[in-house]
Design a protein around this ligand. Structure first.
Ligand SMILES: Nc1ncnc2c1ncn2[C@@H]1O[C@H](COP(=O)(O)OP(=O)(O)O)[C@@H](O)[C@H]1O
Ligand SMILES: [Mg+2]
Length: 422
């Protein structure tokens, strides 16, 4: 049932039909149809409801625009449309509901694009261009094989624990070492270091995406992502800090979707505040690296974030990494006490290696590359292999040390602060 509109290729049929609900939308479409050389008579009234009725008795166009504004149950009506619409038609929907869940559901039922009303002529032109690209054939992607996509998230339990260092390293290991085309998506939009860590200019791609989510498509991804190498591309930002950047999260979700189509691996550097604000970003993540330090504050936050993961992303394998662990002298909290508190083992320990970290910063190279002969490099390399094994084994359920967390959740509860994060 996935993408029912996109099966097969269009034969000879009308290039375009629109079913609108109001004059404003009709007036916006008319000049665009003229530009495209399409007939204006192809704009009908009655929105989605009329589209379903008409297409049940007539041939479907190549590109179909449907206005869902008058639909009480858009998902139900879109599914009704899928039943009467011929395979190969690309559907652009428009509506007044600004809800990322609806957007997800529409995309899952085969809609190519959803334009939030009121939208501009340029947005409509973009949507048509995107639709034409889809009709022209499969998207060009680097991977000609059938390896499933791997989506990983790296979450630091607190700032400064070394999460972004690990994210850049993992992305580099996936791309340059494992030879899988990889996207590094740095969602710290104001203070991201994804580009900086790889000696790149972040560009405006991510900021543009947030300001204008409807523009995100395969072409956008190709243009906006900054290439670090043949196999590694980065989307990161240094968004201006004099004004807040508003997003309902739909831009991030769309970026995830497009990256899934264009790359073999996605590594999301996901600030913990984003988990709270946009929990849906974790829905498709197959493996999450929770990065912590061995300190009291980090212990508290590790407990809370691991509990959050259990409730909100149970499908994701969780790997706990303690980073910046001093080679000599006791850390603030011993490994044993930390593990007892979080009720599971630490999977990897990345030692504090000030010299390599400084070298990495100076050279604009990932820590895994700079310290590849040393313990940090080897540890990160094993971590990357373990993450890739999550999809290669076809298993996303908890394995190994992770099991104890699930098994002992009852006990873990008693460690949680009274107001549990849900
Ligand atoms: N293993 C390590 N040893 C020494 N310094 C490290 C290590 N990992 C990261 N750092 C340094 O710690 C600082 C914070 O790292 P960063 O990855 O940006 O943390 P976060 O993303 O969790 O805020 C950076 O200056 C980085 O170079
Ligand atoms: Mg960071």
């Amino acid at each position: 049932m996935n993408a029912p509109f996109n099966h097969g290729r269009a034969g000879v049929r009308e290039p375009f039909s629109a079913f609108v609900c109001d004059d404003m939308t009709a007036d916006l479409l008319k000049p665009i149809l003229t530009e495209m050389g399409w007939q204006q008579e192809r704009i009908y009234r009655g929105g989605l409801r009329n589209a379903v009725q008409s297409l049940s008795v007539s041939a479907s166009p190549s590109i179909l625009f449907v206005d869902m504004s008058e639909s009480g149950d858009p998902l139900h009506d879109i599914n009704a449309l899928a039943e009467v619409c011929e395979p190969g038609t690309v559907v652009i929907a428009a509506g007044q509901v600004n809800d990322v869940r609806l957007y997800r559901d529409l995309v899952a039922s085969g809609i190519q694009d959803y334009l939030l009303k009121p939208f501009s002529a340029d947005q409509m032109r973009d949507a048509i261009a995107h639709a034409q690209l889809t009709l022209a054939g499969p998207k060009p992607t680097d991977h000609a094989n059938d390896r499933p996509h791997l989506m990983t998230a790296i979450v630091g339990v607190r700032g400064g624990v070394g999460a972004s260092t690990i994210a850049a390293s993992i992305a580099w290991l996936f791309g340059d070492k494992a030879g899988r085309s990889t996207a590094l998506l740095d969602l710290d939009v104001h203070f991201g270091t994804g580009a900086l860590a790889l000696d790149l200019e972040p560009g405006r791609g991510l900021t543009d995406a947030i300001e204008n989510p409807s523009r995100i498509d395969g072409l956008f991804i190709e243009r906006a992502m900054v290439k670090a190498s043949d196999k590694l591309a980065v989307l990161s930002a240094e968004a201006p800090i004099h004004q807040p950047l508003m997003s309902d999260g739909s831009a991030f979700f769309q970026l995830q979707e497009e990256m899934k189509a264009a790359f073999e691996c996605t590594v999301i550097d996901l600030p913990r505040t984003m988990l709270v604000q946009h929990p849906h970003l974790m829905h498709d993540v197959q493996a999450t690296v929770v990065v912590t330090e061995l300190t009291l504050a980090a212990t508290r936050d590790a407990i809370r974030i691991l509990s959050w993961m259990k409730a909100n992303a149970p499908q994701s394998k969780v790997v706990v990494v303690a980073s910046k662990v001093p080679a000599s002298g006791a850390p603030e909290i011993s490994r044993k006490d930390f593990e007892q508190s979080i009720e599971r083992k630490i999977d990897f320990l990345v030692p504090l290696d000030v010299k390599s970290a400084a070298q990495a910063a100076k050279l604009g190279k990932p820590l895994a590359e700079v310290a590849k002969g040393g313990v940090p490099g080897k540890t990160l390399s094993t971590l990357a292999e373990e993450l890739i094994a999550v999809i290669d084994a076809g298993a996303t359920e908890q394995k190994g040390p992770g099991k104890s967390l699930l098994g002992k959740l009852g006990e873990l509860k008693s460690l949680l602060p009274a107001k549990k994060v849900k």
